[in-house]
Design a protein around this ligand. Structure first.
Ligand code: HEC
Length: 123
């Protein structure tokens, strides 16, 4: 990719600048602080924002404060349905790509609560 940018001259530079801007935007997005603990009640939501289990890397770091995804390719988690539950549980337990596996750090109940909460966000 870098080589393609270089060989394209001016356009390549513009592409690089765009890339850098995108990177910065992602970074700033990632730096959004989570909502305060007091406003949250669902057990899944508390895990998502890193309040329930401080040893665990919080989900919002990759899936964003608004759950719409962003960082490290974390996809949007909006619109998941009950029929997606099996896949959600498996993804959280085993991870995939940049998605870490949480099967050893979260209990099966905690993973179910996360799935409950994510499914509840849907329409
Ligand atoms: C380091 C970044 C990162 C963290 C932290 C992270 N995820 Fe992910 N997550 C990803 C990526 C990347 C994917 C896409 C994986 C793939 O399928 O290639 C993903 C996929 C998922 C999916 C599947 C979405 C779908 O539509 O299939 C769910 C559900 C999910 N993550 C939930 C969580 C939860 C809950 C947490 C916290 C316990 C979490 N993630 C933490 C990066 C992350």
């Amino acid at each position: 990719m870098a080589i393609r940018f270089l060989s394209k001259g001016r356009t390549g530079l513009a592409g690089g600048a765009l890339g850098a801007a995108f990177f910065l935007t992602s970074w700033i997005g990632c730096a959004h602080p989570p909502p305060p603990r007091e406003g949250l009640s669902h057990p899944g939501q508390l895990i998502y924002f890193g309040y329930a289990n401080p040893q665990v890397r919080p989900c919002y770091r990759c899936h964003a404060v608004d759950m719409r995804g962003r960082w490290f390719g974390g996809p949007s988690l909006i619109g998941l349905k009950e029929s997606d539950r099996g896949g959600i549980l498996q993804k959280i337990r085993q991870g995939a790509g940049f998605m870490p596996a949480y099967g050893d750090t979260l209990s099966p109940q905690e993973i179910e609560r996360l799935a409950d909460w994510l499914i509840g966000l849907g329409p």
